[in-house]
Design a protein around this ligand. Structure first.
Ligand code: ISL
Length: 585
């Protein structure tokens, strides 16, 4: 977070003009840099090939050395791991493979002792089918927990079609013979949707959240939270209506439930408003025009928001994470990130990310992971993430430039999404080969390979058999080899973190894109009071010229991912993937 003293000091470099003394509506979760840890792949200490909490405890000083303010931890609750923890069988116990509640308490204390906040994952659109609630609900139509989930009695005929994202038939209703009824699962068959229309469900969830906050956690990232409210009149949604009203996207329909914002406001009033915590919504299915409905402070719902418009750039409309053969255009990228910055310019607050456990590695997807451009483009993307407006979420491993796994064989894939899509394609009589070619770049496994600590066996991640293949490049891409190299991606990340933490302008400053039509350079200013910073990012492997907008800026950059910066007059000659930030005079 920004030390108060520096608010007046203003920026890491020589302050040019005074910033306003008072910045309104300051919040820790606006100023924090968040590091996302996928615990399954972070560090294994008991040799089962799966990361665990003691592994995180062992690496607390490494995490501290990054300079980040908070950690978002993917689910660590008891789970049969049908969807790697996004199928929770006990919200208040730790997954066996990850350790114990005592380990959790020690880890939480370890974070807090180092001034790092802990944000956990809240997965309450659905539970695991092995949760006690579902076991009860499934057992009898008269069970008190029956209406904790959505059931359709078979005698009422087939239920109206709903898409099941991780279902091998692509369907979200599954017949269960125990009570001759269908249950709803937007995701996997082992992930039945909770019935938020039932006030008893909501109260159980609010009580659970409260108990976690009383334990001292600092927030929740709320998994597919826009999906929680269902239209229980169960209308038939025709393909035409889905196309016309929801752009043919079931996620958009799922995010339009009738009571969604009633529930989010209730959650805020009953729980979130009682604590100084982060409430981050994963905005699956939410369009730009709906964003402020979630995070406008006056609505008292959530605080900030993940959008998906950036992640879908360059994908084919067919879905299945197929790539558009035309590739992606920087102009589209700039439009999307500008729109999602501008929407929160005056109200609410945004976030920014390029990688996470559902996405490919950012340097492979948005940079260039060839040996020639890997380091420069990693640093350029880091500069983007840490200089944009909105809370930055930085995915573990991106600080050392980890790259896509590029799996060649279906037997190496482990993820329910990839595996269910493979089944769906076969069921449709489609040849999966072209999809698998794209999945080498786009599948979720790409971002889930174990962290590469060093060049020893299994990259120092485990002494056992890793749960997922380790990238063969761990011999030369690993934290240890970068630790003492001042030019490394790791140390560039640390430097950029310090610049953001000491520059309120990069947190609160207004964002304005410059030269929007430039197809290789993404440039923008950040303004706070009289002071400005200019961020210039070459997203291409070409050397390109960029005309500095005016002589407002000091030509000696605040940070630069190359050793030198090359000007002719006010024309900047940007090297491939060069990134630089300039402060105003
Ligand atoms: O990223 C996605 C959209 O293209 C999907 O892979 C993802 O399923 C969707 O964003 C929702 O993600 C969240 O909920 C899922 C879980 O598998 C993801 O890991 C989680 O981030 C179901 O809980």
């Amino acid at each position: 977070m920004l030390p108060i003293s520096l608010l007046a000091g203003f920026t890491a470099c020589k302050p040019s003009k005074k910033a306003p003394e008072e910045i309104p509506n300051r919040k820790w979760w606006k100023e924090a840099i968040v590091y996302q840890i996928y615990p399954r792949s972070f560090k294994d200490t008991d040799g089962d090939g799966i990361g665990d909490l003691r592994g995180i405890i062992e690496k607390l000083d490494y995490i501290k050395s990054l300079g980040v303010d908070a950690v978002w931890l993917n689910p660590i609750y008891a789970s049969p791991n049908a969807d790697n923890g996004y199928d929770i069988s006990d919200y208040e116990n730790i997954m066996e493979e990850f350790g114990t509640m005592d380990d959790f308490d020690e880890m939480l204390q370890g974070f807090h002792d180092r001034g790092i906040k802990l944000v956990m994952d809240l997965v309450v659109n659905h539970s695991s089918d092995e949760h006690e609630w579902f076991k009860q609900s499934r057992s009898s139509r008269k069970n008190p927990y029956r209406h904790f989930y959505h059931w359709w009695p078979a005698e009422d005929g087939p239920p109206p079609f709903r898409a099941g994202f991780f279902d091998p038939n692509g369907e979200a209703w599954l017949y269960d013979s125990t009570t001759q009824a269908y249950y709803l699962h937007y995701f996997g068959r082992k992930q039945p949707d909770l019935n938020w229309e039932n006030p008893l469900v909501r109260q159980e969830i609010y009580d659970m959240m409260t108990r976690w906050f009383e334990k001292g956690i600092d927030g929740f990232r709320m998994d597919v939270i826009p999906f929680i409210s269902k239209d229980t009149t169960w209308p038939m949604i025709t393909a035409k209506e889905l196309e016309e009203k929801h752009n043919g996207d079931w996620a958009r329909y799922y995010a339009s439930g009738p009571n969604l914002h009633t529930y989010l406001h209730e959650m805020n009033q009953k729980v979130l408003s009682q604590y100084d915590v982060m409430a981050l919504g994963e905005g699956a299915g939410v369009t730009l025009d709906k964003a402020l409905d979630f995070v406008d402070e006056e609505r008292e719902e959530l605080h900030l928001f993940f959008h998906f418009d950036g992640q879908s750039i360059g994908y084919s409309p067919e879905g299945y994470r197929r790539l558009d053969p035309q590739g992606w255009k920087l102009s589209d990228f700039k439009k999307v990130y500008t729109r999602w910055s501008d929407v929160f310019a005056d109200k609410g607050w945004g976030s920014i990310y390029l990688g996470n456990h559902d996405q490919p590695r950012m340097v492979s997807r948005w940079g260039n992971d060839s040996p020639e451009f890997w380091a420069a483009s990693s640093k350029m993307l880091t500069t983007f993430l840490l200089s944009m407006r909105g809370t930055p979420f930085f995915y573990f491993g991106d600080e050392i430039g980890m790259t896509n796994l590029r799996l060649d064989h279906m037997k190496d894939y482990k993820d329910i999404e990839t595996l269910s899509w493979y089944e769906q394609l076969l069921a449709k009589g489609k040849d999966p080969a072209p999809y698998m070619e794209d999945w080498k770049i786009t599948a979720r496994e790409n971002g889930r390979s174990p962290f590469q600590w060093n060049s020893s066996q299994n990259a120092g991640f485990t002494r056992g058999v890793p749960w997922l293949k380790i990238n063969d490049n761990y011999k030369y891409i690993n934290a240890e080899s970068q630790e003492d190299d001042p030019q490394s991606i790791l140390n560039y990340f640390r430097k950029m973190v310090q610049i953001r933490k000491t520059s309120p302008i990069l947190v609160y400053g207004n964002y304005q894109m410059v030269q929007p039509d430039h197809e290789q350079v993404y440039a923008y200013t950040r303004k706070l009071g009289d002071a400005q910073m200019l961020v210039v990012l070459n997203f291409s492997k070409d050397t390109v010229n960029f005309n500095m907008p005016t002589n407002t800026f000091q030509l000696n950059p605040v940070i630069n991912n190359y050793k030198k910066i090359n000007f002719t007059g006010s024309t900047l000659h940007l090297k491939p993937y060069q990134a630089a930030i300039f402060a105003s005079n």
